[in-house]
Design a binder for this molecule. Structure first.
Ligand code: ZN
Length: 285
């Protein structure tokens, strides 16, 4: 074969390999948002109807991209449905509204169990001995492109968006955190000064939560956030989205820095408490 012909074929193959995924993604994003999916959002995502229309449209676009790029698989006998995929994608994408970034570029797989699952871990203890541990979990985020979730907890968190407990927001905050190269409570930020302010505010709040936890004192954020800075960022994210009014009042600096990081103000989506109660009851009926 003519070497120039072969060279041209290779170039064409490379160009197609680069362009085809982009065309497919563009086609997926531009496809109409299925009405079944809108029904899932209205039924399962408590705050969806409160979002301003531009954010709803943005969210729908992000969901289409998320579902195009990520692979869901069921475990423990769970069969994956559109409802499961759309609910998880919607909550995950609420963390990346108003950005022009990729949609969790390192994440490839979402594994869903019907309920809490037992995770096996092997860690070296302080003496350097390899220890096998098993833990009951509702969710888990891995560096290697994997998030594991319990569907019943996902649904409970999505339908109650005011109690500060949301496993999807929690695990996907860990995913954002790990985009900086290590999961340490500091996600990718704009520059050195941003990291300085971030460290100052979050470490002060983390120390306060550790104090509250040590003294069994009630706190707005779940005591689990006192485990380490990474868990603090994930728990603070849940509180920011689900209890924004209380956080702005009692942890103003933390609220402001998270508002600037997430580029949204969830106080705008809050329903009056009486409406939250009645809609919660309707869903249970
Ligand atoms: Zn966590």
């Amino acid at each position: 074969m003519d070497p120039w012909y072969l060279f041209a074929l290779v170039i064409v193959a490379i160009v197609l390999a680069l362009l085809i995924p982009r065309w497919r993604l563009k086609r997926a994003i531009n496809a109409p948002f299925p009405t079944d999916w809108v029904e899932v959002l209205e039924k399962n995502i408590q705050v969806y109807r409160n979002l301003p229309m531009p954010l709803r449209l943005q969210l729908r676009k992000l969901i289409k991209q998320f579902l195009h790029q990520k692979t869901f698989s069921g475990s423990g006998g769970l069969e994956i449905t559109d409802e499961i995929c759309v609910t998880i994608a919607a909550e995950a994408c609420m963390l990346i509204l108003n950005r022009n970034s990729d949609v969790y570029p390192a994440l490839r797989y979402i594994i869903v169990y019907p309920t809490g699952f037992i995770a096996q871990h092997r860690n070296f203890d302080d003496a350097g001995v390899l220890q096998a541990q098993s833990r009951d979990l509702l969710g888990e985020s891995w560096h290697n492109g994997k998030v594991i979730l319990a569907w019943d907890s996902v649904l409970r968190g999505a339908r109650n968006f005011v109690d500060g407990q949301n496993v999807v927001l929690h695990e996907f905050a860990h995913q954002l955190d790990s985009e900086s190269g290590s999961t340490n409570g500091a996600p990718l930020l704009a520059g050195a000064s941003s990291y300085r302010s971030w460290a100052a505010v979050l470490s002060k709040e983390f120390n306060e939560l550790q104090d509250d936890t040590r003294h069994s004192k009630r706190s707005l954020m779940d005591h689990y956030g006192a485990t380490n800075p990474a868990e603090f960022f994930a728990v603070a994210t849940e509180t920011f989205f689900e209890k924004p009014v209380q956080m702005a009042k009692h942890h103003e600096e933390l609220f402001e820095i998270l508002k600037s990081y997430y580029r949204i103000d969830p106080r705008e989506w809050q329903q009056p408490p009486e409406r939250i109660k009645s809609s919660g009851r309707t869903e249970e009926n």
